[in-house]
Design a protein around this ligand. Structure first.
Ligand SMILES: Nc1ccn([C@@H]2O[C@H](COP(=O)(O)OP(=O)(O)OP(=O)(O)O)[C@@H](O)[C@H]2O)c(=O)n1
Ligand SMILES: C[C@](O)(CO)[C@H](O)COP(=O)(O)O
Length: 250
């Protein structure tokens, strides 16, 4: 399958759980804004991809000098992440073909490695649906009783943490997201929307340190991860902790 590669980076969130004086994508990480770090990783792996960056239309912090891609455009962020991604798909629609692969990656995940990005693209190259980076759940899982006590211990077998990027064919992704909105199905990632139209995204095992900066402590963790990756030469490569696909019985 010979198609173009698009990158959609939702970066229009307000970072409410972070509680900082500005959206978390503009907080400093290893001396640069989170947004610049994330775009640098994406560019190192996929320099020829076409980028669409979702930004709050009233964002006073963004600086285009942080974008290393030659071919890029911006889309107006919406109220929820899904609205921002839909706006990005509308912005690329005039130039995108239904079979083009669209990778959606949170700006808040700056620790994704070049190797995970490359393996994802390779895994999805001939996949008619698409898929996502994911990490097998490694902790014992508890369900609460609603009153602060454990109701049950849940099996973690077959459970994965959904990471990003998540990559799907343009036509399928657009249809799935629009159907989710029309049917009022709450989706927190692209894969859920694709699942809701009856397709099964491929799970591609990725590194656990591809964390999403969400809470204040995550910024320090991300800084440690970037530093460790740098020392281990893993900014550009990595070894997954699980086979690329298959059941999680860890
Ligand atoms: N309306 C929105 C909401 C989120 N995002 C993006 O979606 C990604 C994941 O969202 P999340 O971690 O929830 O970020 P925020 O919405 O910024 O955080 P919070 O929910 O704490 O406000 C982030 O890259 C964020 O910028 C977006 O583009 N548009
Ligand atoms: C897309 C995502 O990063 C996958 O883990 C996640 O669902 C986004 O989280 P949010 O808090 O719902 O924005």
């Amino acid at each position: 399958m010979s198609t173009r590669l698009w990158l959609v980076v939702p970066a229009a969130g307000q970072g409410r759980r972070m509680g900082a004086d500005r959206p978390k994508q503009y907080l400093p990480l290893a001396g640069r804004p989170v947004l610049a770090c994330t775009l640098e990783r994406l560019h190192a792996a996929l320099p020829a991809a076409r980028l669409c960056l979702c930004l709050d239309p009233e964002d006073p912090y963004f600086d285009p000098a942080w974008v290393p891609f030659a071919d890029w455009r911006r889309a107006p962020g919406g109220a929820e992440r899904v609205d921002s991604v839909i706006a990005a798909l509308a912005a690329i629609a005039p130039d995108a073909a239904d079979d083009d692969l669209v990778l959606v990656h949170d700006v808040a995940r700056p620790c994704v490695t070049v190797d995970d990005l490359s393996r994802l693209v390779t895994a999805l190259a001939d996949d008619p649906v698409g898929g996502l980076l994911a990490a097998p759940v490694a902790d014992t899982m508890k369900r609460d009783d609603g009153a602060g006590r454990v109701a049950t211990t849940e099996s973690r077998e077959g459970l994965w943490h959904a990471l990003t990027p998540q990559g799907f064919r343009f036509g399928l992704l657009r249809r799935a997201l629009h159907e989710a909105l029309a049917r009022d199905v709450h989706v927190t990632d692209e894969a859920s929307a694709v699942e809701a139209v009856g397709r099964s995204p491929r799970l591609v095992a990725g590194r656990r340190d591809n964390l999403k900066i969400t809470h204040p402590e995550d910024l320090a963790l991300a800084e440690l991860v970037l530093s460790a990756q740098q020392q281990a030469g893993q900014a550009a490569s990595s070894t997954p902790e699980a086979p690329p696909t298959g059941a999680n019985s860890a």
